[in-house]
Design a binder for this molecule. Sequence first.
Ligand code: OGA
Ligand code: MN
Length: 227
Amino acid sequence: MVKIYPTSGFDVNQLNEKTLVNDVENNTLWDQIADALVDPGYLVLDGAIPQELLTGLLARIKQLEAAGMKPAGVGRGQDFHQDQQVRGDHIHWLSDNNLEERAFLLWMDQLRQGLNQRLFLGLVDYESHFAVYPSGSFYQKHRDAFREDAQENRPRRKISTVLYLNSNWLPINAGELVLYNEAGDCVLEAVAPECGRLVVFMSEKFPHEVRAATQYRRSLAGWIRSR
Ligand code: OGA
Ligand code: MN
């Protein structure tokens, strides 16, 4: 399922909204992602994110690691707490205040608009966090969204994206993202978290887990949301 895609020219230092709006070369990429989201509902892509942006994101996550990131929580509202038996990663939410983060959010916003034009899902925004998994930590099988959330009148996660930032990942390092079928009883893919690999899937449809890795594992997870 892994496909190679040519990267388009994209200079993070030159970045502003205009350069991105003019960056229309991604139409075939949006087509490919949209088609896969219709059937089978997910895809794994290498090389979709421009190299300059990847390099910038890797530098940024290392900077955040040095500053110290927060343990991720589980559960909502009053129920929110930390539980290493559910997930052991440390996270940082992206914002427009940092150049690399803003560049990634803009790239993802282009994807969101491209998918809206093709799939009419009413996608309104994108939220994203860096995640680092210390050696031995994992994220138990879970779903990113539930159909019941549709009842609630707030943005909900429709499409999940995960971008990996680990150079030269080896099979013995494990740490795969395992995607299951909707019933959760059959493995569809076990994806190694290799640098530049992007996984996109329908949030409600695919239970998934992060297997324990034998070394530090870096990812950038996000959700395109609808109303
Ligand atoms: C998540 C998630 C997958 C990964 O953060 O919800 O499933 O491979 N991450 O990091
Ligand atoms: Mn998830």
